[in-house]
Design a protein around this ligand. Structure first.
Ligand SMILES: NC(=O)c1ccc[n+]([C@@H]2O[C@H](COP(=O)([O-])OP(=O)(O)OC[C@H]3O[C@@H](n4cnc5c(N)ncnc54)[C@H](OP(=O)(O)O)[C@@H]3O)[C@@H](O)[C@H]2O)c1
Length: 273
């Protein structure tokens, strides 16, 4: 193992944990940086950021609470500047499709002098099994203001493969990979696939944005998270992101995983009760 780790900023989340496992498998040293790590890293506390970059060679960066929020661009610019001073050789940023705030964060990284790769992602499959929709799936009803707009959901295992490739092969420097799944389906069709894989009825119910916000409020979600999800559903599901993109194949030379394969796998693990 080399002694100069790759830092995973934003911690052991849905993508970070998978990226860390892949890098470790390749014999590379890694270090998580989030609020609960030995050297704490909090996006809300910039004074601690430099310590998390000390002695590292490269970084995988996920922004919290979401790369689309207005603070993201300024924070990514500030982190990139610290990374330049610390001599980092490469930053890989996880971004989102069709979100003005996310595109501003990408531009901030691209304007820095640290070599970069951007992985611009569609909605994660794993939102249904590891994210905020898992309880809904387990309860038998997913109620969202998503409409019939198709979304090419992407598997976070594909994202982790792309990020790992980028961090370990300099040919990915300077690339923007727009990563999606191989087909676009509506939320209602996604829930039908989940239902089929589980062999039990999971219902999709179309609700208004106001009903969605009220439901989250009753479930105890903080106002800022409600506002964020509300905006994500309204802004990103207006059809702008429906087209399938080839980022996974461009980066890895293989097709992206299909939603049905994801649903079959999650039925055996994440949704097993
Ligand atoms: N979900 C989607 O469909 C989707 C689509 C496109 C892009 N994205 C982007 O993906 C990113 C999230 O990646 P992910 O899903 O892999 O992560 P995740 O699963 O949401 O990550 C959770 C991790 O974030 C850390 N964290 C939370 N708040 C933090 C803060 N203030 N400072 C530092 N770390 C913090 C937590 O660790 P601690 O508790 O230890 O801090 C936790 O380990 C976001 O930027 C989002 O915009 C998501």
């Amino acid at each position: 193992m080399n002694n100069y780790p790759i830092v995973i900023v934003g911690g052991a989340g849905k993508t970070g944990g998978r990226v860390e496992a892949r890098l470790r498998q390749r014999g590379l040293a890694t270090r998580f940086a989030s609020r609960s790590t030995p050297v704490p890293f909090d996006w809300a506390a910039p004074a601690g950021w430099a310590a998390a970059l000390e002695g590292v060679t490269k970084a995988y960066v996920t922004y919290h609470p979401d790369v689309s929020v207005p603070t993201a661009a300024e924070d990514i610019a500030a982190l990139s500047e610290l990374a330049r001073k610390a001599g980092l050789q490469h930053i890989v940023l996880l971004s989102g499709r069709g979100e003005p705030g996310a595109q501003a964060a990408e531009a901030a990284l691209q304007a820095s002098s640290v070599p970069w790769t951007i992985v611009r992602s569609s909605w994660f499959n794993q939102n249904f099994s590891e994210g905020y929709l898992v309880e809904s799936v387990l309860s038998g009803e997913v109620a969202l203001p998503a409409g019939n707009v198709p979304e090419p959901f992407v598997d976070v295992d594909d994202i982790a493969d792309v990020v790992t490739a980028a961090l370990t092969d300099a040919r990915h420097i300077g690339k923007v990979y727009e990563v999606t799944g191989p087909r676009a389906i509506s939320f209602s069709q996604a829930v039908a696939e989940i239902s089929k894989s589980l062999g039990r009825q999971i219902r999709y119910t179309q609700i208004s944005a106001a009903e969605f916000a009220e439901g989250m409020r009753r479930a105890g979600m903080p106002d800022d998270v409600i506002a964020l999800l509300d905006e994500l559903f309204i802004v990103t599901l207006d059809g702008r992101n429906s087209e399938v993109q080839s980022g996974v194949t461009e980066a890895l030379g293989r097709p992206a995983r299909d939603f049905a394969d994801y649903a079959r796998g999650a039925a055996l693990k994440a949704w097993r009760v």
